[in-house]
Design a protein around this ligand. Structure first.
Ligand code: PLP
Length: 340
């Protein structure tokens, strides 16, 4: 698979529907604030928990107190902190591959709970043998959002077994239907979110976690001993982004909703579940997904093979964040029809 990823970078295809890299530009005000902060000389080490002002703004937006918030350089490292502190991890497949890669990095056992397209990607947990269950809704790669009652069902089992739940809600604002934050239903929850998707700030590396104070202290310890802090000028950019939140959130969500509808229209009749959030389509293709993705790459369209997300050999993931989306989707459709 790594060869395939290398080939994408070598070939530089014209249509990039592979990575979850938003193409909506970062707002100018955010860039200006970053530069202004640098010019003011905000270039040194600061607190490992994050700037007070940023934590206050996050707390306000999330309806929690600033002591229940910690910022980190991207949500991925906060996820890593949680995985490092756990013994056995459970993930629901298909999953964002980083969970498993991080767990391997720390030598942790991973239980994979498989879901199926035929069952509308509905998780059916019969038992749970982990002390950390990772949930990710809206989901990368399926675009699935769980209803409150579906969530409750899962959380009941977590409660019974005493598992902590790590809820990766990085796509929460990009949900096209009612979204319930896990922490509303479950006390022993850690929520991670970030600025990469809604604000397109992937390269800024800025995310945050919400949890009770004791858990925040443990994450802080991890941050102090590893990354030290998020650069102050990046945190200033985050404060500015939150100031713009109300102004841009509906437009960004509507834009991705429009793209999801476009994809559903072009791919109608093929096997996938229409996304309810985030910006991906997880599509079943005839034959092997990696071979399919290679053929598409030869036609100038990059997508990820399903095996990057668990045991899904006959799937591909299409990211709706690239340019020439319509043309790319049509090429994918033709390729499926050709292979049938
Ligand atoms: N969580 C999920 C489910 C993602 O898809 C991604 C990025 O693709 C991230 C987290 C990473 O976010 P960050 O840039 O904040 O590390």
């Amino acid at each position: 698979m790594y060869e395939f990823f290398n080939r994408i970078n070598e070939i530089k295809p014209g249509i990039r529907l592979d990575a979850g890299q938003p193409d909506i530009p970062v707002r100018e005000e955010i860039i200006e604030e970053t530069v202004a902060s640098l010019r003011r000389g905000e270039t040194g080490y600061i607190s490992s928990s994050g700037m007070g002002e940023l934590r206050e703004r996050i707390a306000e937006a999330e309806g929690v107190s600033p002591e229940e918030v910690i910022v980190g350089p991207g949500s991925k490292i906060l996820i890593a902190a949680e995985i490092a502190m756990a013994d056995r991890i459970a993930v629901i497949a298909p999953y964002w591959s980083a969970y498993v890669l991080i767990a391997r990095q720390f030598g942790k056992e991973v239980e994979v709970i498989r879901t199926r397209l035929e069952e509308e990607w509905r998780p059916r947990l019969e038992e749970l043998n982990a002390d950390l269950l990772i949930l990710n809704y809206p989901n990368n790669p399926t675009g699935r959002v769980l209803s409150r009652s579906e969530l409750k069902e899962i959380l009941e089992l977590a409660e019974e077994t005493g598992a902590k739940v790590l809820s990766d809600e990085i796509y929460a604002e990009l949900s096209f239907m009612d979204f319930t934050p896990v922490r509303e239903l479950y006390e022993n929850a850690v929520t991670v979110k970030g600025f990469s998707k809604l604000y397109s700030m992937t390269g800024f590396r800025l995310g945050y976690a919400i949890a009770d104070r004791e858990e925040i202290a443990r994450i802080r310890h991890f941050m102090e001993s590893t990354v030290t802090c998020v650069p102050p000028f990046v945190q200033r950019a985050g404060i500015k982004a939150l100031e713009l939140r109300d102004e841009l959130v509906d437009d960004v969500r509507k834009e991705y909703m429009r793209r999801a509808k476009l994809a559903s229209r072009i791919l109608r009749g093929l096997y996938f579940r229409e996304p309810e959030g985030a910006f991906y389509v997880f599509l079943r293709v005839p034959g092997d997904g990696l071979a399919f993705a290679e053929r598409l790459l030869d036609k100038g369209v990059a997508v990820f093979p399903g095996v990057a997300f668990g045991p899904y050999r006959d799937f591909i993931r299409i990211s709706l964040t690239g340019s020439h989306l319509e043309e790319g989707l049509k090429t994918i459709r033709e390729e499926v029809q050709c292979a049938l």
